[in-house]
Structure formats: C-alpha cells, structure tokens
Write a protein that binds this ligand. Structure first.
Ligand code: 2AM
Length: 500
C-alpha cells in the first residue's frame, strides 16, 4: 500500500483529475467499473503523459483499495445519483476505520448529508466536494468546494490545494501557464473548506444556478443585438471580445466572443446560426431554483434562467405558435453604438442582481442547514478554474471583506453605485425588449428584483387583506408593533348564492 490516493470513475472528469493529481507528484491508483476503460486510459498515459509513472490502473476493487496508504483517500467521479451509492456500497467491505471517501461528482447536497451520516456510523469519513471547471479545469486546476469533518479535510487538504486553480491572492487574477507535468506554484488555491456535510455540494449547486443565469443573460444580450440591430454573429462576437476587456471580463464572455465568430464548417455563414435553439440541462440549475422556492429566497432571475431553457425545448410548439400569436413589428431608430453600450450596462446590472440572489440564497441556506459559510472566500474560490470565473468576483470578495455581514450584495457601495450608473440604460433596454416583443426574461426578472428589493413598500398589504378576507389568515398593522395579528370581519358583499 503505497499510493497517496485512489480514484474511481474514469470518464472524462476522472481521467483529467487523476492526471492533475499525478502531475503534482502524488502516486495514484485508479479503478473503473468497466476495466477496458482503465486499460485504455493507462495505455494512453504511458504514451502521452509525463506523469504516467505516478499512476497505476487496477481491475479488481480489493487490490485497488489495498494499494492505497491509510487512512485511505478514495475520490469518486462516477455518475451522480444511484451510481454513487452502488460504488460506495461496493467499496465499504474493503475499507477500514478512518478511511475517507471523497465524492467529486455533482451530487445533490441532501444525498451528501445522507451518505456522510451512513458512513460515519461505519467509522468512515465522507467528503462531498464540488468540482467545477469541466475537463480543462479538472486537468489544470479546478475550483474545489469540499465539505465534511475538519479531520477528514486536513487529510485531503494538501492534495486538494495543490491540484486546484491558483489566483493572485491580492488581485484575484487567475495564475495561468499550467501544462501537463508542470503545475503552477504559489498563489491562493481555489480549494477552501466550505463546511460540514453537504455544504460543499450545496455551494457547487448554487455555483451552477449562477452559471445558468450568467449564460442566459449573455444569450439575451446577443439576441437583442441580433434582433434590434440586425447584427451578424461575428459582429456580435467582436462586441463580446471588447466587453471581455472591461468589468464584464470572464470565461463565459470570452468563449461567447469565440463562439459567435466561429464559421460553419460548410463554409456558409456562422456555426451558431445553424445550432438548434433547444437547450439541455442536467438538473443543477433546477435544484437551485427549487431550493430557492423551498427556502423562500427570492431568486427569480436564477429561476427565470431555468425556465428559459424549459421554454426553449418546446421548439415545435414555438414554431407553430409563431404563426398564430401576434407581436409588434420591430421599430427602432437607435444609435447602434449607444444601444450596444446600454445592453452592456443592462447585462452588468442584471449580473449583479443574479449574484446577489445566489449569495442571498446561500445566506438563507446556512441558517436553515446550520452551516457557517464564508462568502468572500467562496467568491475567491470561484475566481479560478470554474465556469463562472470572472474579474467581477473580486468585487464580491472585496465587498465581504468590507462587511462580512453584508445583507445583500447590492448594498455594497461599489455595487450600489454600479447599479445606479447602469440603471437608466438597463431600463431602456428592458423597455425596448418589451416594446419590440423580444423575449428577455432574465433581464426583466433581474430588474424586477432590483425594483422590488429597493421598495420600502410593496402591494403585499393588499395581499394580506385578501388572505384575511377569504381565509382569516390575519395581518399585522403598520401602526402597531410587529408580531401583533389582526383579523377583520370583512363585510361580505351581497351576492347571489352559487347554485350547484
Ligand atoms: P463505466 O465506465 O463502467 O460506465 C461516469 O459515467 C462514470 O460513472 C464512469 O466511470 C462509469 O463507469 C461510472 N458509472 C456509471 N454508472 C455506474 C454504476 N451504476 N455503477 C458504478 N459506476 C457507474
């Protein structure tokens, strides 16, 4: 038993993470349910990977487990859901007290809580770790969101910190330059302990919810430029390239610039124009929105992004409805440069709201599930490696450094000012979308959230009256202390009895 760590599940993420671990000088044993994949992978490594000697494949689970130093650390990168349980159950007979299973899949955090409890009863440790960054992240530095007991974390910590993305601790800028066998040295490591049991997978889930809305907002900005200004894909791509130089600078804006300028292989036009407009999803955005509903946290923009994907999938219905349901004809005499700048402002303001919703949700969750989350650190973990990595996240870290108990990101002075500066354009863009019948549900949802949150009064007074009227649900009064409840015997208007 000489391997520093073991890894099960040699699909793309597993292969890349195993190589990343090996690149950092750790010896690693790997195993896959289908041994053919293990053979293929190790053969490939021998031919192509400088760290191949650090990595050893196993075709038998017992031998695999025995090859690892105790307390054993075994990373699972298998399909989330029942496959994870099947794999854990197969492992248990071979494990010994204090051994640690690390689930790096996209597990639902409640499953992680359950698994940790079950394994604890057997004397085993369980770490649920969010892993973000896709295959490149896994290979050269992912963003890692681990949770479990502190003891288990301290055992995993050196490896997790080594393999994670690195950012400049002062500016938050990602430290680039990784290549196989040559890991980045120094910098803030995007792998911080998140909390006990399911906290890490929860934070990863919210990361994905934010990813959904980030992507949807970018899509709406593209759609407005295309439909209001009649711009070609490559022209819009150039705009995103420009935007990537400023405060919107992020991985998603960067790849959008590239995508929009990609020509179709047929030589006819741009690839994006040929791609079917029906979006897929694997469920993590939906989990975020569902949890926001469950906790009563107003994450309407995140939910709008999930619903936007749902609406996209009813393509046939939309095609039919487009010949039946009428909208306005697009009428626009706008200055192109001015409108592009207004859309950029709308995107930035909406993005601030989206992140405010994500952090507000995590704040609710930490109370509901008994965690203590460090929001500044979470923003910094997301600064490198992951899909939502963005310059903007440093502003979030700065905001929580200024006030660790900040109630809402929008109340941080930098964000308050950014929203104030951008709001006129934001409103103009939303109005243009509405007047011209261009769907922009994420922009609209974000703006409604902003206007709702900044309203000292809302029409919920009437709502409470309605509830009291038909269900005697009672209400509080603005001229009496909170916590005192009143009921009115509402004068029922004369009306004819319903006859069944
Ligand atoms: P496989 O290669 O043998 O299919 C991602 O799909 C990873 O999860 C793969 O390594 C895959 O193994 C593994 N996996 C999927 N379903 C599984 C199951 N029911 N039991 C164990 N591993 C599974």
């Amino acid at each position: 038993n000489t391997a520093d760590i073991g890894l099960i599940g040699l699909a793309v993420m597993g292969q890349n993470l195993a190589l990343n671990i090996a690149d950092h000088g750790y010896t690693i044993s790997v195993y896959n349910r289908d041994p053919e994949k293990t053979r293929k992978f190790t053969a490939h490594c021998k031919e192509n990977e400088p760290s191949a000697a650090k990595l050893k494949g196993f075709e038998d689970l017992a031998t695999f487990v025995l090859s690892i130093k105790r307390p054993r650390k075994i990373v699972l990168l298998v399909k989330a859901g029942s496959a994870t349980d099947v794999t854990i159950n197969a492992l248990i007979p071979f494990l010994e007290e204090g051994d640690i299973i690390i689930d790096g899949g996209n597990a639902l955090w409640t499953d992680t809580i359950r698994r940790e409890k079950e394994l604890k009863a057997k004397g085993l440790e369980f770490i649920g770790s969010g892993v973000s960054g896709g295959e490149t992240g896994a290979r050269f530095g992912p963003s890692l969101m681990p949770s479990g007991t502190r003891k288990a974390w301290s055992s995993l910590e050196p490896i997790w910190r080594d393999i994670a993305a690195k950012v400049d601790p002062r500016t938050g800028k990602p430290i680039e330059g990784a290549e196989p066998g040559k890991p980045v040295q120094g910098g803030f490591s995007c792998a911080e302990y998140i909390g006990p049991d399911g906290a890490g997978h929860y934070v990863k889930m919210v990361h994905n919810g934010i990813e959904y809305i980030d992507m949807q907002l970018i899509c709406e900005a593209y759609w407005l430029m295309k439909n209001l200004l009649g711009m070609r894909a490559d022209e819009i791509g150039k705009v995103f390239e420009e935007w990537n130089k400023g405060e919107l600078s992020s991985f998603l804006i960067e790849i959008t610039g590239d995508i929009l300028q990609q020509k179709d292989p047929s030589g006819d036009g741009f690839l994006v124009d040929k791609i079917m407009d029906a979006a897929g999803q694997k469920g993590t955005g939906q989990w975020t929105a569902a949890n926001a509903l469950e906790l009563g946290s107003p994450a309407n923009a995140i939910a709008a992004a999930v619903f936007a994907r749902a609406l996209s999938t009813v393509k046939d219905e939309r095609v039919e409805a487009s010949t039946i349901l009428k909208g306005p004809t697009i009428k626009l005499e706008a200055d192109r440069e001015k409108l592009i700048e207004a859309i950029r402002n709308a995107l930035y303001c909406s993005k601030i709201c989206a992140y405010a919703q994500g952090f507000q949700l995590m704040d609710k969750a930490q109370v509901a599930y008994n965690w203590k989350l460090n929001f500044g650190e979470i923003a910094q973990i997301w600064r490198g490696g992951c899909i939502i990595r963005a310059r903007f996240l440093q502003k979030i870290t700065d905001a929580y450094a200024l006030d660790s108990r900040l109630k809402n990101l929008m109340l941080d002075p930098y964000f308050t000012e950014a929203l104030d500066e951008g709001q006129e354009s934001w409103r103009e863009v939303v109005s243009l979308a509405v007047r011209n019948g261009i769907p922009a549900q994420a922009f609209c949802a974000a703006l409604s959230y902003y206007d709702g949150y900044r309203s000292a009064t809302l029409p919920a007074n009437l709502l409470q009256a309605q509830r009291d009227y038909f269900g005697a649900h009672t209400y509080e009064r603005t001229d009496q202390p909170r916590g005192q409840f009143f009921h009115t015997d509402w004068p029922e208007p004369d009306r004819p009895q319903l006859k069944v």
